[in-house]
Design a protein around this ligand. Structure first.
Ligand SMILES: Nc1ncnc2c1ncn2[C@@H]1O[C@H](COP(=O)(O)OP(=O)(O)OP(=O)(O)O)[C@@H](O)[C@H]1O
Ligand SMILES: N[C@@H](CCO)C(=O)O
Length: 351
């Protein structure tokens, strides 16, 4: 029977200062897949036709075995012994999430791909099980957990036994083979172990909004992780752990305590190292405080950057203007938006 459904996945901001690779906040920009299936054979490769509008429309691949969303879906289908889309599938992608800016575009794409396969294959996977597939592809849990589950979440990766660890650590090229010359051997790809990631949803004080200041240049997560050290001092780790423990509860309290949150959003694990990739980062993070800009609660790099996230209750224009002016001095133009938490995470709506 022909089907028609929509998958919606929110963008997300990872880290929120001290919670590097640990916390994520789903926010109100949604990647949407408008999907139609038809029993008639179309003859298109992988039985899947893609159309695309929005961010990335001019460069992202339209071939099902190249596009991150449908490659992910094909991985999940193959794990269920289905080697291409079972019914002719038309996927119209509407993507307003800017790419490579620290707003979890790849996490949303991976979550959307897993949800797509689950819907197409009618596998009935729970969100928890779908997370295992996501974590085989995006190997830090913060963005994908927020995008799938919604809201403000903390997550960790379980310590796997050696056999499961081997399955989890197989090269990404075997999970998502490249279309030409890749390792798509026709064999069933490695299925994820069960319960790779665990998470908890924190509360969120409803008056707290997120101002995203989005520079007009891309910074890939891989690049932004390459400047991080392999080892940290105990002093820096303790600095972050102390703040993170306070932050996750401080953001649930109404009215929010700006001085507490501002200090609790400081970080010594990733932001100081990423300043080499983002012009003016150190000065921008110091440019607004609850004293200089009432309404501000805290400021951080969003995910791997270059977007800056300021949490605030009011005074959004003034806070954003200050940060825009600082970026402008560095020759960087930005867009900005006030976002709300996306509490429900990824959704499937059958029409
Ligand atoms: N809708 C999409 N369709 C296909 N590929 C996408 C889509 N969204 C993102 N991608 C892929 O993900 C890449 C961006 O991922 P990357 O991890 O570098 O940044 P990000 O996810 O936007 O930021 P961060 O992880 O810091 O929050 C894009 O260049 C593209 O290859
Ligand atoms: N925690 C990740 C998020 C980006 O995907 C990082 O900061 O590199």
């Amino acid at each position: 029977m022909p089907r028609s459904f929509t998958i919606r996945v929110p963008c997300s901001s990872a880290n929120i200062g001290p919670g590097f690779d640990v916390v994520g906040l789903a926010l109100s920009i949604w990647l949407e897949l408008r999907v139609k299936t038809d029993e008639a054979i179309s003859g298109v490769p992988q039985n899947c036709e893609i159309s695309y509008e929005g961010e990335g429309a001019s460069d992202l691949p339209r071939e099902a075995d190249s596009n991150l969303i449908t490659r992910t879906a094909l991985y999940v289908l193959k794990c269920h012994d289905i080697r291409s889309f079972p019914a002719t599938t038309f996927v119209h992608i509407v993507n307003p999430i800017p790419l490579g800016r620290g707003l979890g575009s790849s996490g949303a794409a991976v979550v959307a791909g897993v949800m797509l396969a689950n819907s197409i294959g009618q596998f009935g996977l729970s969100k928890e099980r779908m997370m295992d597939y996501c974590l085989m592809i995006e190997r830090h849990p913060d963005n994908v957990t927020a995008a799938m589950m919604g809201g403000f979440v903390g997550s960790y990766l379980r310590e796997l036994d050696p056999v499961d660890m081997e399955r989890k650590e197989i090269p990404l090229s075997e999970v998502l083979p490249e279309p030409a010359g890749g390792l798509d051997t026709g064999l069933r790809p490695p299925e994820p172990p069960y319960g790779i990631g665990h998470h908890i949803k924190f509360g969120w004080a409803k008056e707290v909004k997120a101002i995203a200041i989005i520079p007009n240049f891309e910074l890939s997560t891989a690049n932004s992780r390459s400047v991080l050290p392999k080892m940290y001092s105990a002093k820096d780790m303790i600095f972050n752990l102390q703040r993170l423990a306070v932050l996750t509860t401080a953001l649930t309290r109404s009215p929010p305590d700006a001085d507490l949150i501002y200090q609790a959003m400081q970080d010594k694990v990733h932001q100081p190292y990423r300043k080499t990739l983002i012009p003016g980062l150190t000065e921008i993070l110091l440019s607004v405080t609850p004293k200089s800009h009432p309404g501000l609660l805290g400021i951080c790099l969003s995910g791997a950057g270059p977007t800056i996230l300021a949490l605030a209750t009011h005074n959004f224009d003034k806070i954003a203007s200050e940060i825009l002016a600082r970026f402008s001095k560095e020759g960087v133009e930005c867009a900005w938006k006030v976002l709300e938490p996306a509490y429900n995470g990824a959704e499937h709506v059958e029409e």
